[in-house]
Write a protein that binds this ligand. Structure first.
Ligand code: AR6
Length: 174
């Protein structure tokens, strides 16, 4: 699987699925979650409310579920919940699981292209370089039919951090 790093708003990407850094409620929030809900339109919230019927306690950290993308260019939104460092969730395996569970779901859906944000690197308080290292390691280890995973980075400095971590890990990116 090719790994692309891009300084771009994830809501603009014409890929099979974009990953949302959601919270357990799946009912929206700030950051990339808010941007995705705004761009997708109100049908996304309705779809998330339907998913909650089977998830009365919300989506656990590290798991992933899919909805349609509605008004987004992306066909699907894969919602995952990163660990919240401010709530004491400091286990890197939880963050790695967000990437691997999203990739596994994309494979189940037969997708070819997927885009990730820097999960947990905003409101949830993880260090940008730690997120980059954990995310890149999970993406590079993936073995499946997906062709390309794009990491959509919202600032030039975030792109620099991911580029530097890829270099240190010896992971080739485009
Ligand atoms: N495209 C790409 N990246 C973005 C975009 C965008 N449009 N907007 C923000 N980012 P955050 P978290 C970056 O806080 O840390 C929400 O309220 C942002 O700069 O969105 O996992 C949820 O509902 C940062 O680098 O997600 C949860 O309650 C990265 O996306 C909570 O925040 C992740 O920042 C989740 O916190």
């Amino acid at each position: 699987m090719n790994i692309e790093l891009a300084h771009v708003d994830i809501t603009t990407l014409n890929v099979d699925a974009i990953v949302n850094a959601a919270n357990s409620s799946l009912l929206g929030g700030g950051g990339v979650d808010g941007a995705i809900h705004r761009a997708a339109g109100p049908e996304l919230l309705a779809a998330c409310q339907e998913l909650r019927a089977d998830l009365p306690d919300g989506l656990p950290v590290g798991e992933a579920v899919a909805t349609a993308g509605f008004n987004l260019p992306a066909r699907y939104v894969i919602h995952t919940v990163g660990p919240n460092r401010h709530a004491g969730q400091t286990d890197p395996a939880m963050l790695s699981s967000c990437f691997t569970a999203s990739l596994a779901l994309a494979e189940d859906l037969g997708l070819t292209t997927i885009a990730f944000p820097a999960i947990s690197a905003g409101v949830y308080g993880w260090d940008a370089a730690d997120v980059a290292r954990i995310g890149l390691t999970a993406l590079a280890a993936h073995d499946g039919n997906l062709d390309t995973a794009t990491v959509a980075l919202f600032s030039g400095s975030a792109l620099d951090v991911w580029t530097e971590q890829a270099r240190r890990l010896g992971i080739t990116t485009n």
